[in-house]
Design a protein around this ligand. Sequence first.
Ligand SMILES: [Cu+2]
Length: 111
Amino acid sequence: MRLAFVVFMTLVWMVQAQDNVRTIDIVLQKSHYTPDQVEVHKGEKVRLNLKSLDVTHGFAIDELGIAREVSPGPPTVVEFTADQVGSFSYYCVVRCGKGHLQMRGTLVVKE
Ligand SMILES: [Cu+2]
């Protein structure tokens, strides 16, 4: 009986933990991010599924200490907690082609 309760509470916790994560898909292709603007709320746990459809790109947000390569294939997953309000640029850190230096987007964290 007690074990059943523990299992039940663990399941409740797992479902809540999942609900708490904001999952956002971002496609990387031809030196563009789609979407190039993402909005979340302060305190949210964010999971970005980064998927390249052509060559290896990059994804960096300086303020959050994120810098990753994103190769074609399975998504590259980046997770963080949005703990400060503001606008944060994300940009490419891998020379991916002509538009590389313009490959940017904005993460907006709202109150
Ligand atoms: Cu690039």
